[in-house]
Unconditional design. Structure first.
Length: 125
């Protein structure tokens, strides 16, 4: 639509603005979901680290359960590593969602401006 913004009808500009508003709302919801996932992933990392610490303490306290504690510790370490990957991935998703929301907000503002210009033209002519 670049270069033709001045020739957009009021109805078309209003439709563009509404579409941009919907896109911005979807992007904002995506950002909120990404933030919630990042928080949950961080909590999972902390829980996994606590599990690894508990597994280590169990291994020291119970010689007869040493093998079981080693397996639990290895599992907790794998869980912690996976949780760290989830945190990293979620942070990337959050950054993408924030970028999408910002770009949608810009598009919405531009569409709203085109709508206002179309209304002004319609009122003048």
């Amino acid at each position: 639509m670049e270069g033709t913004a001045q020739h957009v009808s009021t109805a078309e500009a209003l439709n563009e603005w509404r579409e941009a508003e919907r896109t911005a709302a979807v992007a904002r919801r995506g950002r909120v979901a990404a933030e919630a996932a990042a928080t949950a992933a961080l909590a999972a990392t902390e829980a996994a680290q606590a599990t690894a610490a508990a597994a280590s303490a169990t291994a020291r306290a119970a010689e007869s359960a040493l093998e079981s504690a080693r397996l639990a510790e290895a599992s907790a370490a794998k869980t912690a590593a996976a949780a760290r990957e989830v945190v990293q991935s979620t942070r990337v998703d959050q950054a993408d969602a924030e970028t999408d929301a910002a770009m949608s907000d810009v598009a919405e503002a531009e569409a709203h401006d085109r709508y206002r210009q179309a209304v002004d033209r319609a009122q003048q002519g």
